[in-house]
Design a protein around this ligand. Structure first.
Ligand SMILES: Cc1ncc(COP(=O)(O)O)c(C=O)c1O
Length: 391
């Protein structure tokens, strides 16, 4: 198989323009497709593949993105969605029924956590949370009603990496579907299907698209049978990817390996400098030697990624002061784009948690999360240093 740097550039270019072969994937910005006969249209409506009918069910530009994502993750097929949450909700709603059980990592993205809480509250789905470090924890909960194991390659903002190979193997032994949200690592740093996952989930909004200009999500399947089972439910849900969003995402993917290299190199340098700074009491980045997930990160990732977090000695006030004091980095909630972003989780994404709950989630009052971009690391460090002094 060709290297991922080659595959990211030479995307599967399915749509054609009157026999010619454009270098860029054509944007088919059409909601519906015309037919000559009712019988032909009826045949086309039979399943997920075949001629395009209506873009909520399938579209040539979206299909090109789906083929590309499946190829990058080493899966048989994929479904692209309007957002990462569209992909996660679509998969959860398609696979779960009342009375089923989900086993999930405790430190999940907040939106996923809220979707699971809603499923538990309104649809009687039981959710059990595990740390992700011990297979025994999974074994203590798994039973005949367990349908799904839900993990994230790298937890946000703590940088913890669960025992992906151990947990996914245990899920397989028990006939439980293993799903991994790989948004933070991207297929450049980790391919969960190779570690035993059945489904890889993505917020393509993040590193895959990479330019903070488009929302998107995806589910990639090790076995196409699972896509065929899930597809009718996702068509009902209606969180289909828009062709232009798919086109922008494909455009971003061409430079994904290149960008990931810079994100990782910049994060490594900043993590080391932050560790040595007197205002900083702890730095969390998966590839930082001595960290709690360092051994697992070296085993399942090929780089530390661009997301790091650090704890300021001055607590909540210092954290807030820092994110308001940066001049080059921007205070914004997303991650994975070319520009550096910072947030203070205790006062924003996790503001509803009290001090005890924050501690359980591994989020100190002075914790700052940083999505390290691809700017010059020296310019970034100068900005961080002045903001650290101010905070
Ligand atoms: C790990 C992870 N998964 C899923 C999502 C949701 O993706 P989206 O915002 O594209 O719906 C996010 C968004 O921040 C995320 O960080």
């Amino acid at each position: 198989m060709k290297d991922i740097r080659t595959r990211a550039v030479h995307v599967i270019n399915e749509p054609q323009a009157e026999g010619s072969r454009p270098l860029s994937v054509p944007l088919v910005q059409s909601s519906a497709f015309a037919f000559d006969s009712a019988a032909e249209l009826a045949r086309a409506m039979a399943g997920p593949d075949g001629p395009y009918v209506y873009s909520r069910r399938g579209n040539p530009t979206v299909r090109a993105l789906e083929h590309t994502l499946a190829d990058l993750e080493g899966g048989q097929s994929a479904i692209a969605f309007a957002s990462g949450m569209g992909a996660i909700s679509g998969v959860l709603l398609a696979l779960l029924r009342p009375g089923d059980q989900v086993i999930a990592q405790r430190c999940l993205y907040g939106g996923t956590y809220a979707a699971l809480a809603d499923l538990a509250d309104r649809y009687s789905v039981e959710v059990r949370y595990i740390s992700g470090d011990e297979v025994a924890e999974f074994e203590s909960y798994v039973g005949p009603r367990t349908r799904l194991l839900l993990l994230e390659t790298v937890a946000n903002p703590t940088g913890r990496v669960p025992d992906l190979p151990g947990l996914l193997a245990a899920a397989r032994r028990h006939g439980v579907i293993g799903a991994v949200d790989n948004s933070l690592a991207s297929p450049v740093l980790c391919r969960p299907l190779e570690l035993g996952a059945d489904i890889v989930l993505h917020s393509t909004t993040k590193y895959l698209a990479g330019h903070s200009d488009v929302l998107g999500g995806a589910a990639v399947f090790a076995d196409d049978a699972l896509r065929r089972r899930i597809w009718p439910r996702t068509v009902e849900l209606g969180a289909a990817a828009d062709p232009f969003a798919a086109w922008l995402t494909l455009r971003g993917i061409a430079t994904l390996p290149l960008r990931m290299r810079e994100h990782c190199a910049n994060a490594a340098l900043l993590a080391t400098r932050l560790e040595a700074h007197p205002a900083v009491t702890a730095v969390h980045w998966p590839w930082l030697p001595g960290g709690p997930s360092y051994a697992m990160a070296r085993k399942v990732l090929s780089g530390g990624g661009g997301l790091l977090s650090f704890e300021l000695a001055g607590g909540r006030e210092a954290g807030q002061g820092f994110v308001e004091g940066v001049r080059l980095a921007r205070l914004a909630l997303s991650l994975g784009g070319v520009e550096t972003l910072v947030t203070h989780p205790a006062s924003t994404s996790h503001r509803e948690l009290d001090e005890r709950a924050l501690e359980l989630a591994g989020i100190g009052p002075g914790l700052v999360r940083m999505s390290v971009g691809i700017e010059s690391p020296d310019d970034l460090w100068r900005d961080l240093e002045q903001a650290l002094t101010g905070a």
